[in-house]
Design a protein around this ligand. Structure first.
Ligand SMILES: NC(=O)CC[C@H](N)C(=O)O
Length: 194
């Protein structure tokens, strides 16, 4: 069995839990720092990144999450979760957890396109993957160790750097769970990705 946590300070937890289902996966809803010791991988859900960061600080998660990432344990950040992982945020002095070498711009699709759906092609994961974007960030720049997993209209919307996976959209809001299955595989076979 592998234990995969979902950081449950804010945002969609139940949908991620459903998307992670597999016979060998035990999902843990993480509300306390001690639970980080029990898990092999962690999902940062979408929501609002500044609120999430405030709650991370308030509940003493900041250093423990940095340590979790330093152990190269897989993390999957979706939407606001991806913003938490970036090492640079356009227009902000400081990033949050800074675990991936990429620059993100928040709410980058503009007001007319606050939310929309798109079909994405991902060489590593599969074709025609439905993606729901809600006030989504765009990944503007990636470092040399970051693999671009998906683009939409020329903009980067999903990336991987070793054990860290990020996407601008909400893969938990469709019935297509291939991206979560890919993450589960990263947790199951850590040596391949670290
Ligand atoms: N759906 C989302 O997670 C939106 C992210 C949000 N716009 C932020 O900046 O944090």
């Amino acid at each position: 069995m592998i234990n995969i946590g979902i950081l449950a300070l804010q945002g969609a937890v139940r949908e991620h839990a459903k998307a992670l289902q597999a016979p060998d996966v035990n999902v843990i809803v993480v509300k306390k720092v001690e639970q980080l010791d029990e898990i092999d991988g962690l999902v940062f859900p979408g929501g609002e990144s500044t609120t999430m960061r405030r709650l991370i600080n308030l509940y003493g998660f900041y250093e423990p999450l940095k340590d979790f990432a330093k152990k190269d344990k897989p993390i999957f950040g979706t939407c606001a979760g991806a913003i938490l992982m970036a090492n640079e945020i356009v227009g902000q002095m400081e990033p949050h957890l800074s675990v991936m070498d990429m620059t993100v711009e928040r709410n980058a699709f503009g007001r007319q396109r606050e939310s929309f759906e798109a079909i994405l092609q991902m060489d590593q994961i599969g074709n025609n993957i439905e993606a729901v974007f809600i006030r989504a960030p765009i990944i503007k720049k990636v470092g040399p160790n970051v693999t671009v997993i998906a683009t939409y209209d020329g903009d980067i919307v999903a990336t991987q750097q070793g054990p860290f996976l990020a996407c601008s959209f909400h893969p938990e809001l469709t019935d297509d769970h291939r991206m979560h299955q890919y993450f589960v595989k990263m947790v199951r076979e850590p040596a391949i990705h670290a």
